[in-house]
Design a protein around this ligand. Sequence first.
Ligand SMILES: *Cc1c(COP(=O)(O)O)cnc(C)c1O
Length: 409
Amino acid sequence: MTQAAEPHPALQNLEYEDGVLLWGGRKLTDVADELCGTPFYAYDRQRMSQRVQELRRALPEDLHLHYAMKANPMPELVAHMVGLVDGLDVASAGELQVALGTGVDPAHVSFAGPGKQDFELDAAIRAGINVNMESEGEMRRIAKLAAQINIQPSVAIRVNSPFELKTSGMKMGGRPSPFGVDAERVPAMLRQLKSLGLGFRGFHVYSGSQNLRVEAIQESMNSTVDLILELAGSTDLGVSFVNIGGGLGIPYFPKERPLDLDELSDTAEKAVRRLKQSLDDPEVIMELGRYLVGEAGIYVCRVIDIKESRGARYAITDGGLHHHLAASGNFGQVIRKNYPLAAVVRKKADTEITVVGPLCTPLDLLGDRVSIDHLEEGSLVAILQSGAYGKTASPTDFLSHPLCKEILI
Ligand SMILES: *Cc1c(COP(=O)(O)O)cnc(C)c1O
């Protein structure tokens, strides 16, 4: 018998009413029966608002927060975030359209991402948002498109830093990369940019994602500031904003623990002070996706069948990797681990059960041998930590099952 591990932090403070799990103050059984049917993602506005408040409390007041929309581009959710944060980061013309639909001030929208197509750059220039340029070629195309419509575009340079954010899930920086311009090429690019007459705004440095180690984030913040000050010193163009990245992670797997934001306060304060004082009081931005929305989302599916096979028990559900690729372990994980799972209706704990989806592939695994309350045909199963990189990061067409719903509560 293995010893019961301490429950995942996301499972520790769940709220129930009449034995039914609540999300955004509503019973999830009611959401399923009355509002949308299964499977669905439900996002809790209150949790998002609270998360932004926690950040504002721990971080310097003049460190502005941007929401990176690719984490979750559901329009109503983005509209809610616009009311909380200082700006948005988009990564495609499609995201830009959703962003503009919320009524956000275009001056506080940035567009990063490699391989921006001409129609996307054109839309960005016309909308008056800032483009974080990822290459010299992109800069030349922007200059050409802008000349055709006679608008001075607002641009920044995304820098591929000479260091990397350690122990983050995904590493960017310090290596060859399709993202950003190598730091050593930036001074020459700035000279070209000036001769092309583009409206230079500043720098964007993004060195990683899903980091749960405070020391690594501190180190990366410090080196990012060093790098930006060095690059700013290589040009006489004024710097009006710097985006110092983000990378704050949330706990997904057993033994992972949430970041203590207070441990970031001093470093963030120092970073903002150095940038503001050494440059001409630029806007300093931190961009976050999953940290803002990841813990506010829950994915709920219904058990279609319970079966036993050679001593193992399976709950087969109407949800699966086609809606929630990340929970199946196929979105950037090296060794598959379970997301935190809970039964929506509280019953007695049962023997271990493996929760799978309906797809004809062994990859469609949502919970491998989980300890969970009793499940039967018709039970609802919830996957926590599902607010980011869920539906839109999943192969929804695979096997042609119905799309899942999304609801903001
Ligand atoms: C993906 C991405 C983000 C958001 O990452 P999270 O881990 O969701 O915070 C922010 N900035 C850039 C440039 C990205 O590519």
